[in-house]
Write a protein of this length. Structure first.
Length: 78
């Protein structure tokens, strides 16, 4: 799932900051310091960053397998 555009609790805009947060944390920076530097102060917004799981990379293999199986079935029919 993509990161929500706004915080569920306060409605603060968070999606514009998530890309930079994600890149900097992957580069090895401390997540708390990255959120502080991005101006994410409220704990409701901070939990949005911490708890977001990008499930798209877990879902993509199933769609690839489904497409592969559909093409196999299509060739069996022909
Ligand atoms: Zn919030």
């Amino acid at each position: 799932m993509l990161v929500p555009v706004r915080c569920f609790t306060c409605g603060g805009l968070i999606a514009d900051k998530y890309g930079e947060y994600s890149n900097r944390v992957k580069a090895g920076e401390d997540p708390a310091k990255v959120m502080d530097s991005l101006g994410v102060k409220r704990y409701c917004c901070r939990r949005m960053f911490i708890s977001t799981v990008e499930t798209i990379y877990q879902i993509i293999p199933y769609y690839e397998a489904l497409r592969r199986r559909m093409s196999e079935v299509q060739t069996e029919i022909e």
